[in-house]
Design a binder for this molecule. Sequence first.
Ligand code: FAD
Length: 475
Amino acid sequence: MTRSYPIIVWFREDFRLSDNAALSAAVEKGHPVLCVFVLDAAAFPGGAARWWLDGALRALDAALRTHGGALHVLRGSAARLIPELAQCSGAAAVHWNRRYDPGGRAVDASLKGTLRQMGVAGHSFAGALLHEPWTVRTRTGTPFQMFTPFWRAACAVGGPRPPLPAPSGFSFAEWPESFGENRVVAAGFGLLPVAPDWAAGLREEWTPGETAAQDGLTRFVTEDLAAYGRARDIPAAEGTSRLSPYLRFGHITPAQVRQAVLESGQEGTKFLAEIGWREFAWSLLFEHEDLTRRNLRSAFDALPWRTDPAGLRAWQAGRTGYPLVDAGMRQLWRTGWMHNRVRMVVASFLVKHLLIDWRQGEAWFADTLVDHDPASNPMNWQWNAGTGVDAAPFFRIMNPLLQSEKFDPEGDYIRRWVPELADVPAGMIHAPWAADAGALGACGVVLGRDYPAPIVDHRQARARALAAWTALRKE
Ligand code: FAD
């Protein structure tokens, strides 16, 4: 039986119908639902993520339309719009899935209070993480500072509830006339880049939406999970799941991923531990709301970072003269994604070889990654910079040449993303500066003309970074 009062389902970072507790609970209650998304300035601020958001909104709208409904997109402040919509529609309740970033939590807490005063129930549900951040704690009730004990404790808590199927038997509420149809944003959300349109590579690479997420999960579990432990560090192998943007936008939940891995009967410990790193990042952001701004190890506040706009630009553009670094930065620019091993190499290069503040790298990633995640991005930057908890020590400086030889031995990944080196053989491709100029020229490359000479010398840069670190320790 359909009850008359609508329930508003407020979508935020959960662009899916299946395993969506907020949506399922609303449909099950038998009330007509009103599905909304509020486009505010804080929703996915990075350029690449906004490109993805456009696709996510369209895909969710299309999915709801197959059930006879639609997604209503509003522009403005949720704190104002959601109560206003509740009033105009006579809603009995507003449902949403929880988010855990400090800004989002503050809005949600205050909104719940506003709704309560209006006599409207605000119900929040879990789903974005395997465990609510406050449930995985040390024996003394404090948050974990190290990943391994965190993940051990998280696994001991047990699995999350089984993923929910997509609800059936939807009934959709009419849009309330008093709210005004013209306040719903029509198709063009203003999220796509226009002048210039830099998103061609993103379009080629990705299809946002729940269907693509589920297809990707099935493909990964069937084809790549078995070899994940071996292939995950080889950027040319494409042996990882590429689920990161789908998890970020909630097209899929970690519980769904976990269940698919467990049901496959394959060894999935290593892969699930990576999902665990995502959980750890969110637990850190939950405790440290300034994770993006502040060194978790305050001793690093005194590190003399260099101001080097030219170096930063060369790094961003993939023109450092270190082929593996440049391949990674160009993959990022073209596709909005970069292989994890290469993310580590480029992060280490910026922070240690160039001695540029990790926050500048974090900001560039935030703008260019389709999977930009406000918890995983700063946590990983702080891990690589040595400024975070449970981080790689600062004095461990990755050698981009050795990383290149070890993880891209044939140079296939480099050739794919640095086409000017396409004809350079494996023996020369990792360090073109050390190659014989004649031999390099025979491959069509003159250093400094076709491909940059290194912007820093590895040994000198390493010595400079270690000197800065040693000075810091003396203070
Ligand atoms: P898989 O290897 O298939 O892993 C499965 C999932 O586990 C990923 O989709 C992701 O959700 C999670 N995961 C894997 N590795 C990590 C990790 N180190 N930290 C947290 N979660 C992890 N990941 C993001 O999702 N968003 C970011 O903004 C982000 N920024 C990063 C910045 C730096 C400097 C570094 C070194 C890593 C960053 N990562 C980030 C982590 C990691 O690189 C990506 O999650 C991974 O490359 C995504 O590819 P995948 O889905 O194929 O991963």
